[in-house]
Design a protein. Structure first.
Length: 60
């Protein structure tokens, strides 16, 4: 935007897309972590991990 390559509207659309992708990635990561936790729990080699209590580091 500072270089004038994108209009304000295009910049906002790109930002919105980035926020959406960030949220989707965070969700996928949480799901993967939960699957790993379940697999480790089945073998009895891990402690409980509550992913819901972790703070959301994303400002979005």
């Amino acid at each position: 935007m500072e270089d004038g390559e994108l209009s304000l509207e295009e910049s906002l659309e790109a930002f919105e897309k980035g926020v959406k992708l960030t949220r989707e990635c965070q969700t996928a990561l949480r799901q993967a972590e939960q699957k790993v936790q379940v697999l480790l729990d089945e073998s009895g080699t891990t402690q409980d991990l509550n992913l819901e209590d972790e703070p959301d580091e994303s400002p979005f």
